[in-house]
Design a protein around this ligand. Structure first.
Ligand code: SF4
Length: 259
């Protein structure tokens, strides 16, 4: 978040302003929970039917969740939410046969000092493959295009660095499973780990510099449209307004052309 926009990071982590999860994030959390419980079962029990049964058991917890209730869904909205979550859950079978996965751990809470930076991450799954340990993280959002794939892998590479530091065992592979779409993975090497830890150190140093000077620049862009603090941010507000004006002008030009 700091790299995307230092001001947003300040509002979230210094001012601690609320950032309630939207429906996509909540549906993703529900899917994660179901897959976590599924993968804790013995391999032969990891079936679509078992996933359905787990989803039914877990659903009342979602319904009782304050953030979910705040979304204020009507019956059709709730149905759509459950469908979205189920598509993500079922999407695991598009990528792998869960019965064939040797799971070493799920939801593994890993803490380590990486290049002097305190790091904590919760790894969705640690799998044992024939050539070694694999870090696996589920994603329920849209898979990135080729241009953005490498950047998305920093998260799992940091998990791999933390696992190495905490256990002494270096994973051989790290991957993101974009449920229902595709896996995006990378071979773990010492060079990759050094690179990502160096990047983390740079961000950490930038955060400390920004905190010491209390200067957090706004970094405007398309993400301002999804920023929960846009109303408190003049630069972000004008970015959103000018993007909207551009879209309106394009639509008007297209309508003229149609006529
Ligand atoms: S609206 Fe944009 S510039 Fe402002 S804090 Fe949010 S992301 Fe940053």
């Amino acid at each position: 978040m700091f790299e995307q926009c230092p001001r947003r990071w300040r509002m979230r982590y210094v001012e601690r302003l609320p950032d309630p999860p939207g429906d996509a994030a909540l549906a993703g959390s529900f899917a994660h929970r179901v897959l976590e419980l599924l993968m804790q079962r013995p391999p032969q029990q990891r079936t679509v039917e078992a996933a359905k049964a787990i989803a039914r058991e877990e659903w009342p917890k979602v319904e009782a969740d304050e953030d979910y209730r705040a979304l204020g869904f009507d019956e059709a909205g709730e149905k759509q939410f459950r469908w979205k979550a189920w598509k993500a859950i079922e999407g695991l079978w598009v990528l792998e046969d869960p019965k064939g996965v040797e799971v070493r751990a799920t939801e593994q809470d890993i803490e380590a000092l990486l290049g002097g930076v305190p790091f904590r991450g919760i790894v969705d799954r640690l799998d044992q493959e024939s050539d070694g340990l694999v870090v696996t993280d589920y994603k329920s959002g849209k898979a990135p295009s080729a241009r953005f794939r490498r950047g998305r892998l920093d998260q799992v590479l940091l998990y791999a660095a933390a696992v190495t530091e905490a256990t002494g065992e270096m994973p051989v592979h790290a991957r993101l499973l974009y449920l229902g779409q595709q896996p995006v993975g990378i071979k773990v090497t010492q060079d990759e780990l050094d690179g990502v830890v160096e990047k983390l150190g740079k961000t950490w140093s930038d955060i400390n510099t920004a905190c010491a000077a209390d200067e957090f620049e706004p970094r405007t862009g398309p993400l301002c449209g999804w920023c929960p603090y846009v109303k408190r941010c003049p630069e972000g507000s004008s970015e959103v307004a000018s993007r909207q004006a551009r879209r309106d002008a394009e639509a008007a030009a297209f309508n003229d052309f149609e006529e």
